[in-house]
Every structure is written in structure tokens, then in C-alpha cells.
Design a protein around this ligand. Structure first.
Ligand SMILES: Nc1ncnc2c1ncn2[C@@H]1O[C@H](COP(=O)(O)OP(=O)(O)OP(=O)(O)O)[C@@H](O)[C@H]1O
Length: 275
């Protein structure tokens, strides 16, 4: 692989992407390059366009202007359904209503469906892979538990295992830790760290608005505000007080310890509030 530039092994290459809906510019000249083994955080306030951008990176929607190459395929020129089969997308709005056991929910990742298709039977290799992934994600004990009884944190980890069934080279996660209590969040983040170690070539993009929800294995970050990129690059530079304060339009102090990030209102701002 070449260093820099646009090598063939680039996982995502978005160049000056605009997305306009109902006359509103949701993404404005967004560019981003993701290479194998990189783990990106997509950060920004409510309504910044994070989910919209993830939809484009996941080959679920086309940009209005600009070019997007994902896993070597240019959106607009390749079959989006075919491309989607190679992308793991963890969507918190997974629309499963039946009491499918955890193991079967993971197996639906192989068929790309919500339910197990009639007459479909997993191969031995698929069963083995599902078991391994549930082990890595720490949900092996829930293989027989019905989806309807699983907690939000358990569901989240099951959905990540599901997204990994087709051995994707790209994994997209939209706010995987939202709504979890502190222990469930920590279990999920450890699972994501383990997963990244187990699949060193896989690239990931994780959306969140909470810096505390960033796994320690995050390598890069892109800050989005009102559809525009405020900063993008190595996490150590981008997840820092100055760029994050600019992105959220609020003075924020960022600290990093044991690889994890913590955010709080800047001291001057707190004094202002108290005074
Ligand atoms: N089809 C649409 N037509 C018009 N506006 C839309 C459409 N879809 C999304 N939007 C708007 O686009 C903006 C970006 O939405 P998006 O969900 O991508 O933001 P986000 O950064 O993921 O926000 P949050 O953190 O709140 O989930 C929002 O203002 C939203 O209301």
C-alpha cells in the first residue's frame, strides 16, 4: 500500500461531498479518507449531519455532488445493494419485533435480512463464525435468549456481531453506546476494542456526540458542524479542547487518560455560570 494519496486499498474516499434535501444543505464539501485498520470517530452536535454522512459511507444514499468511493466502488456507478453486502452497518433502529434467539439474530447478518429467511439453513462455518463473534463481543451467554428479553446493551453487542457475519472490511456504528448505563457502556467499548484487535485490517467509523463513548482504540476523528468539516485527522490532534470547542460552539476542556477521552465545560465558562 502506498502512503498518502489515493491508493487502491483505501476503504473510503469521499471528495467534496454535498447532500441537499428539501432545499437544505445537510452536508457541505465533506472530504474524508479512511484506510484499512483505521478507526474513525464522527463527532458533532445534534443535527450536524453525522447519521446523514454515515448513510452515504454505508452506500445507503447518494451524494448530491462530489464523489464517494467505498471499498473500490464509486457510488452512482456500482450496484449499491452489492456494495452494502460488504459493509457492516450497526443501526440502533434495527426493526426486529419477534423473539428470535440471540444466535439467530447474529446469523441474519449472513443473509442481510431482519428475520431468518424461510427454508434457509446456516452452514457449519456460519454457525461457528456466529459463535466466535458472540464470544468476542461478550454475548455468548445470550445465544439462546430471545431478542425481546435482551437489554439494550446486550442487543447492541449482538447487532455488532450480526454486522460482522459477512466479514466486512468496513464497519459503521451509529451511536452504539446511546442509552447504556456506565457498566454496559464499558462492556460495549471493551468489546469494540477486542474486535478491532481480532480484525486488524478492518476499518471502522463510529458516530457519537459523547467523547466518553469513544473506545481507546480510536485512531482518527472527524468533527462535523452544520454539515461542514471543522477538523479531521489523527484522534490525538482532533479530539482536543480547541477543535472540539469550535465544533460544539462551547468552551470545552478535554482530557485523555488511559487512552480514553473526558470532556467538561472549560473553567472560565463554569466561573461565568457561577458568577
Ligand atoms: N430528508 C431530509 N430532509 C430535510 N432535512 C433532513 C432530512 N434528513 C435529515 N435532515 C436534517 O439534516 C440534519 C442532519 O441530520 P443527521 O441526522 O444527519 O444529524 P446528526 O448529526 O446525526 O444528529 P443527531 O446527533 O441529533 O443524531 C438535521 O437538521 C435533520 O433535521
Amino acid at each position: 500500500m502506498q502512503s498518502g494519496g489515493t491508493d487502491v486499498e483505501t476503504v473510503i474516499e469521499a471528495d467534496r461531498v454535498d447532500l441537499v434535501r428539501s432545499g437544505k444543505t445537510l452536508l457541505d464539501q465533506v472530504s474524508m479518507v479512511v484506510r484499512p485498520g483505521e478507526h474513525w470517530a464522527l463527532l458533532g452536535p445534534n443535527g450536524a449531519g453525522k447519521t446523514t454522512l454515515l448513510g452515504i459511507l454505508g452506500a445507503r444514499r447518494h451524494p448530491t455532488r462530489g464523489s464517494v468511493r467505498v471499498l473500490g466502488g464509486t457510488l452512482g456507478r456500482v450496484d449499491l445493494r452489492e456494495l452494502r453486502a460488504h459493509i457492516g452497518h450497526v443501526d440502533p433502529r434495527h426493526d426486529l419485533r419477534s423473539a428470535l434467539p440471540g444466535r439467530d439474530v447474529v446469523l441474519t447478518g449472513a443473509t442481510g435480512s431482519i428475520e431468518i429467511p424461510p427454508r434457509w439453513r446456516p452452514t457449519g462455518a456460519q454457525r461457528e463464525r456466529a459463535a466466535t463473534l458472540m464470544e468476542v463481543l461478550g454475548v455468548a451467554d445470550h445465544a439462546d435468549a430471545p431478542w425481546t428479553t435482551l437489554s439494550q446493551g446486550e442487543r447492541g453487542r449482538i447487532l455488532i456481531a450480526r454486522a460482522l457475519m459477512p466479514e466486512p472490511r468496513l464497519l459503521l456504528m451509529d451511536e452504539p453506546a446511546t442509552g447504556l448505563d456506565v457498566a454496559a457502556r464499558e462492556r460495549l467499548l471493551s468489546a469494540v476494542d477486542r474486535l478491532r484487535r481480532a480484525h486488524p485490517e478492518m476499518a471502522t467509523v463510529l458516530v457519537t456526540h459523547h467523547l466518553e463513548e469513544l473506545p481507546a482504540s480510536t485512531t482518527h476523528a472527524l468533527l462535523l458542524r452544520a454539515g461542514q468539516v471543522v477538523a479531521a485527522g489523527p484522534a490525538a490532534e482532533v479530539v482536543a479542547s480547541k477543535p472540539v470547542s469550535a465544533c460544539f460552539d462551547h468552551p470545552i476542556d478535554i482530557e485523555r487518560s488511559s487512552g480514553r477521552w473526558h470532556a467538561r465545560a472549560a473553567a472560565a465558562d463554569v466561573a461565568g455560570l457561577e458568577g
